[in-house]
Ligand binder design. Structure first.
Ligand SMILES: Cc1cc2nc3c(=O)[nH]c(=O)nc-3n(C[C@H](O)[C@H](O)[C@H](O)COP(=O)(O)OP(=O)(O)OC[C@H]3O[C@@H](n4cnc5c(N)ncnc54)[C@H](O)[C@@H]3O)c2cc1C
Length: 387
């Protein structure tokens, strides 16, 4: 049995971020393991690359503001460009109720210090994103400092910085069991490469987090949800600075990326196959029709079926992250359940978990709303509304 005092399971953006932040705080001999062949094979590699601070709950706004600060100095701290492009997020309302939801979000955002997010009229929307057909849009909100990040650059940046700081990274190492002693502490991991003796385990398994928790006999309320992306052929129909543009009503959204346009529209996953990440051709046809109706310049653009993809959100019951020790296992730390916002929040969550693990408290912001015990206490976070 080989020893590793701290083992982080999952080398997606969360595992890489927490590995780097632990090493930066002086934790020696951190081991990061992943069952895949290399970086980006989980959800991080398929993410759209949106960044926003326009949320409807205080904790999510705070996480985004901390993350934004870290993206702004990422190149200095990590040595890599995270691709932060403040092209904005434009939310569109077609009913009074939808607009009220957005305005309620604005109040939360202002209370947290995000003052540049504003209500915008239909005319202003036309100026912000001239490609839109505005029929039926009664208003919306826009935040110019929201926009885009490059998921793989963030992930690879944290991995490289973690390696430089002494973290060991092992690919093709599947964790298949967690062994607890009579006091309930995890003392070892079973892996495809043999047993590892340890004193601390971090669950950074994304959509597969509940499976890892199950190995320790704990129940983790994180479930996978398929998200699909339709991708156009290369085109210059939308300038690269077009904001992420989202219809509140049905969640349809689009953005330009790498000289293509990405089209998204949330739907339930495949019944009975929660981890299925196949792309549904019928869905592609539907989302394309939606895009053509709402964004006239896309009327004739072709879809590149080979580039369409799907991945998994890691949903928690209240759509907020779980951060901190598992309530049923004191040396199993969770950084899970970001519910589709994990790339943008990873810099903040990795730093905050490293603070919690080092000092027992996160000094950068109050993470009590993210305590994993909130579900068994019957006190989940308030619903996030349309945001
Ligand atoms: C289509 C789509 C679009 C998205 N768009 C955005 C966006 O615009 N902005 C944003 O912020 N977020 C977005 N997300 C969400 C984001 O991708 C996730 O929140 C984030 O990537 C989660 O990071 P992670 O490190 O927890 O998970 P992952 O990147 O999935 O990494 C988890 C890793 O754990 C490993 N693993 C699992 N179980 C084991 C085991 N037993 N042993 C060893 N290794 C294991 C896996 O191999 C994997 O590499 C999107 C997600 C999808 C699917």
């Amino acid at each position: 049995m080989r020893p590793a005092p701290v083992v982080i399971v999952g080398a997606g953006v969360m595992g890489a971020s927490v590995a780097y932040h632990l090493a930066a705080r002086g934790w020696g001999d951190v081991l990061l393991v992943d069952r895949s062949d290399g970086p980006g094979q989980g959800s991080t590699g398929v993410a759209t690359g949106g960044f926003r601070a326009q949320y409807g709950t205080a904790i999510n706004v705070r996480l985004s503001l901390l993350a934004r600060e870290k993206f702004r100095c990422f190149r200095d701290e990590i040595g890599v460009d995270p691709g932060y492009l403040p092209a904005g997020y434009l939310w569109l309302a077609e009913t009074r109720a939808e607009l009220d939801g957005l305005l309620a979000g604005l109040e939360v955002q202002r209370a947290e210090g995000l003052h540049e997010a504003t209500e915008v009229s239909a005319e202003e929307i036309g100026r912000i994103n001239p490609a839109l057909r505005r029929d039926g849009i009664i208003g919306g909100t826009f935040c110019p400092t929201d926009g885009f990040i490059a998921p793989l650059q963030v992930l690879n940046g944290y991995l490289a910085a973690a390696l430089r700081a002494g973290v060991r990274v092992e690919w093709q190492t599947a964790v298949t069991g967690l062994i607890r002693d009579g006091n309930g502490s995890i003392v070892a991991l079973e892996t495809s490469k043999g047993r590892i003796a340890t004193g601390v385990v971090v669950n950074a398994c994304g959509a597969w987090a509940a499976e890892l928790g199950g190995y320790a006999g704990v129940s983790l309320p994180v479930t996978p949800l398929r998200r699909q992306i339709a991708v156009t052929v290369p085109s210059s129909l939308l300038p690269p600075t077009t904001p992420m543009t989202i219809f509140v009503g049905d969640g349809f959204h689009f953005r330009p990326r790498d000289s293509r346009v990405l089209l998204l529209w949330p739907t339930p996953g495949v019944p009975g196959k929660p981890f299925d990440v196949s792309v549904d051709r019928e869905w592609v046809a539907q989302v394309t029709t939606m895009a053509r109706g709402r964004v006239p310049v896309l009327q004739d653009v072709a879809i590149d079926l080979a580039s369409c993809r799907a991945g998994l959100y890691e949903m928690s019951p209240d759509h907020h992250a779980l951060l901190g020790p598992d309530p049923a296992c004191h040396n199993l730390f969770l950084i899970n359940g970001s519910s589709g916002h994990g790339v943008m929040h990873a810099p903040a969550l990795g730093q905050l978990l490293a603070e919690l693990m080092s000092d027992g408290v996160a000094a950068s912001l109050d993470v009590n709303p993210l305590r994993p015990s909130r579900f068994r206490e019957g006190k989940p976070d308030p619903p996030a509304g349309p945001l």
